[in-house]
Design a binder for this molecule. Sequence first.
Ligand SMILES: [Zn+2]
Length: 385
Amino acid sequence: MTIELASSPGGIRQRQSRIVAACLRAGYAWSQREARPGAMREIARMTGVVMEAVGPGQGPASPMQLVACLRRPLGELVILAGQEPGGADDAITAAILLDGDSLADAAYDLACEYAQQLTTAAETAAWLPSWTRMRAEQVENAAFSALVESGDKDAYTRARRLIVEYPAGDQEELSRQLIATGARCPVRYAPLSADQQYVTADGSWWWPCPACRWPMTVTGEAVRCRYRPHQAIYQAVPGRTGSPPQLLRTGERVPGSVPQARPAKGAVCVDPGVWRYIVVPGASELRIAKDLQRLGADVKLWPEMDTYDLRVIAGPLDRRLDVKEYRSARRLIDDLSSKPPRAVVLLLKSHEHQADLITAALPSVTVITEILLRRHVRLAARRNP
Ligand SMILES: [Zn+2]
Protein backbone atom coordinates (compact mmCIF):
# COMPACT_ATOMS: atom_id res chain seq x y z
CA MET A 1 0.00 0.00 0.00
CA THR A 2 1.31 3.48 -0.84
CA ILE A 3 0.58 6.34 1.51
CA GLU A 4 0.90 9.73 -0.21
CA LEU A 5 2.29 12.24 2.28
CA ALA A 6 0.93 15.78 1.96
CA SER A 7 4.42 17.20 1.43
CA SER A 8 5.69 14.42 -0.89
CA PRO A 9 6.14 15.29 -4.59
CA GLY A 10 3.19 13.00 -5.45
CA GLY A 11 1.00 14.64 -2.80
CA ILE A 12 1.87 18.13 -4.04
CA ARG A 13 1.18 17.12 -7.63
CA GLN A 14 -2.18 15.61 -6.75
CA ARG A 15 -3.24 18.75 -4.90
CA GLN A 16 -2.08 20.93 -7.79
CA SER A 17 -4.09 18.79 -10.21
CA ARG A 18 -7.18 19.13 -8.02
CA ILE A 19 -6.76 22.92 -8.01
CA VAL A 20 -6.57 23.03 -11.82
CA ALA A 21 -9.58 20.72 -12.18
CA ALA A 22 -11.62 22.79 -9.70
CA CYS A 23 -10.63 26.05 -11.44
CA LEU A 24 -11.65 24.62 -14.81
CA ARG A 25 -15.10 23.78 -13.49
CA ALA A 26 -15.48 27.09 -11.66
CA GLY A 27 -14.45 28.94 -14.84
CA TYR A 28 -16.99 27.05 -16.93
CA ALA A 29 -19.69 27.61 -14.30
CA TRP A 30 -18.93 31.36 -14.20
CA SER A 31 -19.21 31.59 -18.01
CA GLN A 32 -22.66 29.92 -17.76
CA ARG A 33 -24.00 31.64 -14.66
CA GLU A 34 -26.79 33.48 -16.47
CA ALA A 35 -28.14 30.32 -18.09
CA ARG A 36 -27.51 27.90 -15.21
CA PRO A 37 -29.20 28.50 -11.85
CA GLY A 38 -26.80 26.10 -10.10
CA ALA A 39 -23.66 27.83 -11.40
CA MET A 40 -22.90 29.91 -8.30
CA ARG A 41 -23.38 26.84 -6.11
CA GLU A 42 -20.87 24.99 -8.27
CA ILE A 43 -18.36 27.86 -7.92
CA ALA A 44 -18.85 27.78 -4.12
CA ARG A 45 -18.25 24.03 -4.12
CA MET A 46 -15.08 24.47 -6.18
CA THR A 47 -13.90 27.23 -3.82
CA GLY A 48 -14.08 24.60 -1.07
CA VAL A 49 -11.99 22.17 -3.15
CA VAL A 50 -9.34 24.86 -3.79
CA MET A 51 -9.30 25.96 -0.11
CA GLU A 52 -8.81 22.37 1.00
CA ALA A 53 -6.00 21.86 -1.54
CA VAL A 54 -4.03 25.02 -0.70
CA GLY A 55 -4.49 24.72 3.07
CA PRO A 56 -5.79 27.14 5.71
CA GLY A 57 -5.18 30.88 5.48
CA GLN A 58 -4.04 30.81 1.85
CA GLY A 59 -5.74 31.37 -1.50
CA PRO A 60 -9.32 32.46 -2.21
CA ALA A 61 -11.71 32.50 0.75
CA SER A 62 -14.93 33.17 -1.21
CA PRO A 63 -16.40 32.29 -4.63
CA MET A 64 -15.85 35.84 -5.90
CA GLN A 65 -12.21 35.70 -4.83
CA LEU A 66 -11.84 32.42 -6.73
CA VAL A 67 -13.37 34.01 -9.85
CA ALA A 68 -10.85 36.87 -9.54
CA CYS A 69 -8.05 34.25 -9.41
CA LEU A 70 -9.35 32.69 -12.67
CA ARG A 71 -8.55 35.95 -14.50
CA ARG A 72 -4.91 35.63 -13.41
CA PRO A 73 -2.26 33.03 -14.28
CA LEU A 74 -3.10 29.67 -12.70
CA GLY A 75 0.45 29.42 -11.36
CA GLU A 76 -0.38 31.93 -8.62
CA LEU A 77 -2.87 29.44 -7.12
CA VAL A 78 -1.09 26.22 -7.99
CA ILE A 79 2.11 27.30 -6.22
CA LEU A 80 0.16 27.56 -2.94
CA ALA A 81 -0.19 23.77 -2.91
CA GLY A 82 3.59 23.50 -2.55
CA GLN A 83 6.77 23.61 -4.60
CA GLU A 84 7.54 20.56 -6.65
CA PRO A 85 11.10 19.41 -7.06
CA GLY A 86 12.09 20.20 -10.65
CA GLY A 87 9.76 23.19 -10.81
CA ALA A 88 6.14 23.69 -11.78
CA ASP A 89 4.41 22.75 -15.03
CA ASP A 90 5.19 25.89 -17.04
CA ALA A 91 2.35 25.38 -19.49
CA ILE A 92 -0.29 25.28 -16.81
CA THR A 93 1.41 27.97 -14.69
CA ALA A 94 0.92 30.61 -17.38
CA ALA A 95 -2.67 29.63 -18.30
CA ILE A 96 -5.49 32.09 -17.65
CA LEU A 97 -8.95 30.50 -17.63
CA LEU A 98 -11.31 33.48 -17.80
CA ASP A 99 -11.18 36.17 -20.45
CA GLY A 100 -13.58 38.71 -18.96
CA ASP A 101 -16.64 36.57 -18.26
CA SER A 102 -15.97 34.03 -21.02
CA LEU A 103 -13.96 30.87 -20.83
CA ALA A 104 -10.56 31.47 -22.42
CA ASP A 105 -9.17 29.09 -25.05
CA ALA A 106 -6.52 27.90 -22.58
CA ALA A 107 -9.33 26.03 -20.82
CA TYR A 108 -10.02 23.96 -23.93
CA ASP A 109 -6.50 23.16 -24.98
CA LEU A 110 -4.73 22.89 -21.68
CA ALA A 111 -6.73 22.77 -18.47
CA CYS A 112 -8.97 19.97 -19.73
CA GLU A 113 -5.89 17.72 -19.61
CA TYR A 114 -6.32 18.10 -15.87
CA ALA A 115 -10.05 17.38 -15.82
CA GLN A 116 -10.85 14.68 -13.28
CA GLN A 117 -13.44 13.45 -10.87
CA LEU A 118 -12.76 15.45 -7.75
CA THR A 119 -14.75 13.80 -4.99
CA THR A 120 -18.06 12.02 -5.01
CA ALA A 121 -19.53 14.95 -3.12
CA ALA A 122 -18.40 17.34 -5.85
CA GLU A 123 -19.99 15.28 -8.65
CA THR A 124 -23.41 16.84 -8.31
CA ALA A 125 -23.56 19.37 -11.16
CA ALA A 126 -24.76 17.08 -13.94
CA TRP A 127 -24.92 19.98 -16.42
CA LEU A 128 -21.15 20.41 -16.42
CA PRO A 129 -19.94 19.25 -19.84
CA SER A 130 -17.93 16.03 -19.93
CA TRP A 131 -14.64 17.74 -20.85
CA THR A 132 -14.61 19.74 -17.62
CA ARG A 133 -14.96 16.70 -15.36
CA MET A 134 -13.84 13.61 -17.27
CA ARG A 135 -10.54 12.39 -18.56
CA ALA A 136 -10.16 11.62 -22.26
CA GLU A 137 -10.47 7.88 -21.73
CA GLN A 138 -13.75 8.30 -19.85
CA VAL A 139 -15.25 10.32 -22.72
CA GLU A 140 -13.99 7.68 -25.18
CA ASN A 141 -15.45 4.89 -23.07
CA ALA A 142 -18.80 6.65 -22.89
CA ALA A 143 -18.84 6.97 -26.70
CA PHE A 144 -17.48 3.58 -27.71
CA SER A 145 -18.12 1.09 -24.89
CA ALA A 146 -21.09 -0.53 -26.65
CA LEU A 147 -19.07 -0.92 -29.87
CA VAL A 148 -16.05 -2.28 -27.96
CA GLU A 149 -18.26 -4.78 -26.14
CA SER A 150 -19.77 -5.90 -29.44
CA GLY A 151 -16.24 -6.97 -30.43
CA ASP A 152 -16.79 -5.76 -34.01
CA LYS A 153 -13.45 -4.11 -34.84
CA ASP A 154 -14.55 -2.86 -38.26
CA ALA A 155 -17.68 -1.24 -36.84
CA TYR A 156 -15.55 0.44 -34.20
CA THR A 157 -13.09 1.86 -36.73
CA ARG A 158 -15.89 2.99 -39.08
CA ALA A 159 -17.74 4.76 -36.27
CA ARG A 160 -14.60 6.45 -34.99
CA ARG A 161 -13.62 7.57 -38.46
CA LEU A 162 -17.09 8.97 -39.12
CA ILE A 163 -16.97 11.13 -35.98
CA VAL A 164 -13.48 12.40 -36.80
CA GLU A 165 -14.27 13.16 -40.44
CA TYR A 166 -17.76 14.57 -39.79
CA PRO A 167 -17.73 16.26 -36.38
CA ALA A 168 -20.20 18.81 -37.79
CA GLY A 169 -22.32 19.30 -40.86
CA ASP A 170 -25.75 19.49 -42.30
CA GLN A 171 -28.09 16.99 -40.63
CA GLU A 172 -29.16 15.50 -43.99
CA GLU A 173 -25.59 15.29 -45.28
CA LEU A 174 -24.62 13.46 -42.11
CA SER A 175 -27.47 10.97 -42.53
CA ARG A 176 -26.29 10.33 -46.10
CA GLN A 177 -22.74 9.70 -44.81
CA LEU A 178 -24.05 7.24 -42.23
CA ILE A 179 -25.79 5.27 -44.95
CA ALA A 180 -22.83 5.51 -47.37
CA THR A 181 -20.23 4.33 -44.84
CA GLY A 182 -22.51 1.86 -43.05
CA ALA A 183 -21.22 3.28 -39.75
CA ARG A 184 -23.22 3.16 -36.54
CA CYS A 185 -22.99 6.55 -34.94
CA PRO A 186 -22.33 6.20 -31.19
CA VAL A 187 -22.50 9.90 -30.25
CA ARG A 188 -25.20 12.54 -30.30
CA TYR A 189 -25.16 15.54 -32.66
CA ALA A 190 -26.87 18.74 -31.53
CA PRO A 191 -27.69 22.09 -33.22
CA LEU A 192 -24.88 24.66 -33.15
CA SER A 193 -24.59 26.92 -30.12
CA ALA A 194 -24.97 30.71 -30.45
CA ASP A 195 -21.20 31.31 -30.22
CA GLN A 196 -20.63 29.05 -33.24
CA GLN A 197 -22.80 31.24 -35.49
CA TYR A 198 -22.28 34.49 -37.38
CA VAL A 199 -25.52 36.33 -37.97
CA THR A 200 -26.11 38.54 -41.02
CA ALA A 201 -29.24 40.04 -42.57
CA ASP A 202 -29.40 36.92 -44.78
CA GLY A 203 -29.29 34.39 -41.95
CA SER A 204 -26.86 32.59 -39.65
CA TRP A 205 -23.60 31.01 -40.81
CA TRP A 206 -20.82 28.82 -39.49
CA TRP A 207 -17.33 27.82 -40.55
CA PRO A 208 -15.53 24.49 -40.02
CA CYS A 209 -11.95 24.68 -38.69
CA PRO A 210 -9.63 23.66 -41.56
CA ALA A 211 -7.78 21.27 -39.20
CA CYS A 212 -10.54 19.58 -37.17
CA ARG A 213 -13.74 20.56 -39.12
CA TRP A 214 -15.62 21.42 -35.91
CA PRO A 215 -17.47 24.78 -35.93
CA MET A 216 -15.16 27.66 -35.12
CA THR A 217 -16.04 30.09 -32.32
CA VAL A 218 -17.40 33.48 -33.35
CA THR A 219 -16.79 36.53 -31.14
CA GLY A 220 -18.02 39.67 -32.93
CA GLU A 221 -16.08 39.60 -36.23
CA ALA A 222 -13.35 37.28 -34.89
CA VAL A 223 -13.63 33.63 -35.91
CA ARG A 224 -11.25 31.00 -34.51
CA CYS A 225 -10.81 27.35 -33.58
CA ARG A 226 -10.82 27.01 -29.81
CA TYR A 227 -7.91 24.56 -30.03
CA ARG A 228 -5.00 26.97 -30.40
CA PRO A 229 -2.45 24.60 -32.01
CA HIS A 230 -4.73 24.55 -35.10
CA GLN A 231 -3.82 28.22 -35.56
CA ALA A 232 -7.11 28.89 -37.30
CA ILE A 233 -7.80 32.59 -36.66
CA TYR A 234 -9.87 34.66 -39.09
CA GLN A 235 -11.90 37.79 -39.42
CA ALA A 236 -15.42 37.68 -40.86
CA VAL A 237 -16.50 40.22 -43.46
CA PRO A 238 -20.11 40.48 -44.66
CA GLY A 239 -20.71 39.29 -48.23
CA ARG A 240 -22.54 41.31 -50.87
CA THR A 241 -26.33 41.24 -50.53
CA GLY A 242 -27.58 37.70 -50.91
CA SER A 243 -24.14 36.08 -50.69
CA PRO A 244 -22.57 34.48 -47.61
CA PRO A 245 -19.97 36.24 -45.43
CA GLN A 246 -16.27 35.62 -46.13
CA LEU A 247 -13.27 34.95 -43.90
CA LEU A 248 -9.94 36.75 -44.04
CA ARG A 249 -6.83 35.15 -42.58
CA THR A 250 -5.27 37.03 -39.70
CA GLY A 251 -1.60 36.36 -39.07
CA GLU A 252 1.01 34.52 -41.11
CA ARG A 253 0.73 31.06 -39.60
CA VAL A 254 -2.99 30.64 -40.32
CA PRO A 255 -3.58 27.59 -42.59
CA GLY A 256 -3.79 28.46 -46.29
CA SER A 257 -7.23 27.06 -47.09
CA VAL A 258 -9.85 29.55 -45.98
CA PRO A 259 -13.13 27.80 -45.03
CA GLN A 260 -16.37 28.78 -46.77
CA ALA A 261 -19.40 29.90 -44.76
CA ARG A 262 -22.16 27.32 -44.39
CA PRO A 263 -25.77 27.95 -43.36
CA ALA A 264 -26.34 27.30 -39.64
CA LYS A 265 -29.94 26.24 -40.25
CA GLY A 266 -30.06 22.44 -40.10
CA ALA A 267 -26.40 22.19 -39.05
CA VAL A 268 -25.39 19.95 -36.16
CA CYS A 269 -22.15 19.07 -34.36
CA VAL A 270 -20.77 16.70 -31.73
CA ASP A 271 -20.48 18.02 -28.18
CA PRO A 272 -17.31 19.79 -26.98
CA GLY A 273 -16.08 16.76 -24.98
CA VAL A 274 -16.25 14.47 -28.03
CA TRP A 275 -14.62 17.21 -30.11
CA ARG A 276 -11.76 17.82 -27.69
CA TYR A 277 -10.98 14.20 -26.80
CA ILE A 278 -11.92 12.27 -29.95
CA VAL A 279 -12.03 14.69 -32.91
CA VAL A 280 -8.95 16.84 -32.12
CA PRO A 281 -6.55 13.87 -31.67
CA GLY A 282 -8.37 11.94 -34.42
CA ALA A 283 -7.78 14.75 -36.93
CA SER A 284 -4.02 14.49 -36.25
CA GLU A 285 -4.11 10.69 -36.49
CA LEU A 286 -5.89 10.87 -39.86
CA ARG A 287 -3.47 13.49 -41.13
CA ILE A 288 -0.47 11.31 -40.17
CA ALA A 289 -2.08 8.19 -41.66
CA LYS A 290 -2.66 9.93 -45.01
CA ASP A 291 0.87 11.34 -45.01
CA LEU A 292 2.48 7.93 -44.34
CA GLN A 293 0.26 6.25 -46.93
CA ARG A 294 1.53 8.76 -49.49
CA LEU A 295 5.07 7.67 -48.56
CA GLY A 296 4.14 4.05 -49.35
CA ALA A 297 3.16 2.65 -45.94
CA ASP A 298 0.13 0.55 -45.15
CA VAL A 299 -1.58 2.30 -42.22
CA LYS A 300 -4.39 0.97 -40.06
CA LEU A 301 -6.23 3.40 -37.79
CA TRP A 302 -7.31 2.30 -34.28
CA PRO A 303 -6.70 -1.35 -35.20
CA GLU A 304 -7.23 -3.11 -31.86
CA MET A 305 -10.10 -0.88 -30.73
CA ASP A 306 -8.88 0.88 -27.60
CA THR A 307 -5.33 -0.51 -27.49
CA TYR A 308 -3.36 1.96 -29.63
CA ASP A 309 -3.87 4.45 -32.47
CA LEU A 310 -1.93 3.47 -35.61
CA ARG A 311 -0.27 0.41 -37.06
CA VAL A 312 2.23 1.35 -39.76
CA ILE A 313 3.73 -1.28 -42.05
CA ALA A 314 6.30 -0.47 -44.74
CA GLY A 315 8.57 -3.28 -45.96
CA PRO A 316 10.34 -4.69 -42.89
CA LEU A 317 9.07 -1.85 -40.68
CA ASP A 318 6.07 -2.69 -38.51
CA ARG A 319 5.21 -0.12 -35.84
CA ARG A 320 2.35 0.19 -33.38
CA LEU A 321 1.95 3.80 -32.34
CA ASP A 322 0.10 5.84 -29.78
CA VAL A 323 -0.23 9.48 -30.85
CA LYS A 324 0.19 11.90 -27.95
CA GLU A 325 -0.75 15.54 -28.32
CA TYR A 326 -0.60 17.01 -24.82
CA ARG A 327 0.07 20.69 -24.27
CA SER A 328 1.41 19.90 -20.82
CA ALA A 329 4.48 17.62 -20.97
CA ARG A 330 4.24 17.19 -17.20
CA ARG A 331 0.72 15.89 -17.52
CA LEU A 332 1.72 13.53 -20.31
CA ILE A 333 4.54 12.08 -18.18
CA ASP A 334 2.15 11.58 -15.26
CA ASP A 335 -0.37 9.82 -17.49
CA LEU A 336 2.26 7.63 -19.15
CA SER A 337 3.65 6.56 -15.79
CA SER A 338 0.24 5.71 -14.32
CA LYS A 339 -0.84 3.90 -17.50
CA PRO A 340 2.18 2.71 -19.50
CA PRO A 341 1.48 2.80 -23.25
CA ARG A 342 1.09 -0.46 -25.14
CA ALA A 343 2.75 1.02 -28.22
CA VAL A 344 5.50 3.44 -29.19
CA VAL A 345 4.61 7.03 -28.23
CA LEU A 346 4.44 9.21 -31.36
CA LEU A 347 4.89 12.95 -30.84
CA LEU A 348 3.54 15.32 -33.49
CA LYS A 349 5.78 17.90 -35.17
CA SER A 350 4.31 20.55 -32.88
CA HIS A 351 5.18 18.49 -29.77
CA GLU A 352 8.63 17.14 -30.64
CA HIS A 353 10.29 19.22 -27.95
CA GLN A 354 8.67 16.91 -25.36
CA ALA A 355 10.67 13.85 -26.50
CA ASP A 356 13.74 14.50 -24.32
CA LEU A 357 11.62 15.28 -21.27
CA ILE A 358 9.67 12.02 -21.60
CA THR A 359 12.77 9.89 -22.23
CA ALA A 360 14.53 11.44 -19.22
CA ALA A 361 11.54 10.88 -16.93
CA LEU A 362 10.48 7.47 -18.28
CA PRO A 363 13.43 5.60 -19.83
CA SER A 364 11.28 2.48 -20.34
CA VAL A 365 8.88 4.29 -22.69
CA THR A 366 9.84 4.32 -26.38
CA VAL A 367 9.25 7.67 -28.04
CA ILE A 368 9.47 8.61 -31.72
CA THR A 369 8.86 11.96 -33.37
CA GLU A 370 6.75 12.47 -36.47
CA ILE A 371 9.77 13.62 -38.50
CA LEU A 372 11.83 10.56 -37.55
CA LEU A 373 8.92 8.20 -38.25
CA ARG A 374 8.50 9.72 -41.74
CA ARG A 375 12.19 9.20 -42.39
CA HIS A 376 12.00 5.54 -41.30
CA VAL A 377 8.92 4.90 -43.42
CA ARG A 378 10.44 6.56 -46.47
CA LEU A 379 13.61 4.48 -46.19
CA ALA A 380 11.73 1.23 -45.57
CA ALA A 381 9.32 1.84 -48.46
CA ARG A 382 12.23 2.66 -50.78
CA ARG A 383 14.04 -0.55 -49.82
CA ASN A 384 10.91 -2.64 -50.31
CA PRO A 385 8.76 -0.97 -52.93
ZN1 LIG B 1 -9.66 23.06 -35.05
